[in-house]
Ligand binder design. Sequence first.
Ligand code: ACO
Length: 448
Amino acid sequence: PENVGILAMELIFPAQYVDQTELETFDGVAPGKYTMGLGQQKMGFCNDREDVHSLCLTVVQKLLEKNNIRHEEIGRLEVGTETILDKSKSVKSVLMQLFEPHGVTDLEGVDSTNACYGGTAALFNSIAWVESSNWNGRYALAVAADIAVYAKGPARPTGGAGAVAMLIGPNAPLVFDRGIRSTYVKHAYDFYKPDLSSEFPAFDGKLSVQCYLSAVDNCYQSYRKNVAKRLGKNVDLNDFHAVIFHSPYGKLVQKSLARLDLNDYLLTPKELRSQKFPGLEQFTNVKLEDSYFDRDVEKAFLTHSQETFVAKTKPSLFMSSQIGNMYTPSVYGCLASLLISKNISELAGHKILAFSYGSGFVSSMFSITVGKDTESLQKIAANLSQIKCLLNSRQKVQPHKFEAALELKQEIAHKAPYTPVGCIEHFFPGTYYLTKIDEKRRRFYERV
Ligand code: ACO
């Protein structure tokens, strides 16, 4: 099959949020730290009625209903998540509750886990299946969902929650380029969840940023090499209409775009640098691995890439600034934001560069070619625009209530039996919610 890619897309997020300016005051940090310093505006969070199962049930069912796809048309279902509930039992198995009533039980795929990268693993598996000898002509569905919560402290404002589902098949309007994607994987304890009794991760913030930036550099270098080898041409940032990233917070994404600019600079032959990058001569001997926290390098390339950032990356940060770090869905939320920020005819025929990162750590860079069939892309964008409207109908919750909700979730993380007490009145139509956890820790759901 040719032109394998995204045929339809659904995105969901919690119906309640906390305002980052109010959180700054509540946490007693300097005004602007979360909003200007991290680049975040609002943060979605779940009460005890929602868990990763309910998020996945909601996003899958909504995608199928809105696009008139029958359950029988799905032949592979993959889930990427780092929010683990039943440990040995996959979230994918929970989703079978949607398919079994339709007689669908021949559905390959299970869960993929490696921090925020699981969604990309689910996506790559889905693409590989459609391109493989085992493909049976049906669609693949790649789902990414997480609830990102941190203990009280500097990382708390970098939480979030949400889910994305992507329908994968041939002749798509968003096509994954073949044979050129790159991957960079290393062992690091930058962020992990060793305490199974807690929802909160153990992490080293500075190390996680360093690992992330090193992954950006290495993936981009390999991606450029792969393109040169396969297509015989040198690409740089000018070749992409948009550049999207996994977004823990907007500021890190802006710094990452600046890193790509630095990479372009260092990969430009020395004799051409001053012509192509005037005023940056003093950085000619910079070493990537020594410069992650070099303020002079950072400032110079942030300034130099400012226009590129505004044109190619900033539009993709809308959802993440309003919802926060959704973990596995994050980079796909950025893709969704990009699609609704642009005139579709402007995107047609162009390339989008994407970077996915999951702590621990695994990262990949890949590109998407936007097809010229603007009608099907328009359909995806129209649905996403409706979703954007839902962002404004969320309920704002005061920081002390947000904190209480997180404390309650932490308290009941392993309680059984348990009957949730959270309010569902403000949930969006079609949302699945938890009704009870029985004495055997089995979970039951209903739909608003
Ligand atoms: N106004 C404007 N900016 C401010 C203000 C203010 N009043 N106060 C601080 N800032 C700026 C700082 O200068 C800094 O900017 P810089 O990055 O350009 O230096 C920024 O706000 C962050 O402040 P710091 O004090 O440097 O960092 P902090 O201790 O708040 O921690 C961190 C930030 C490390 C990102 C933390 O939130 C964290 O650990 N998060 C979780 C891990 C994470 O997301 N890692 C990213 C990759 S891995 C993943 O996706 C999970």
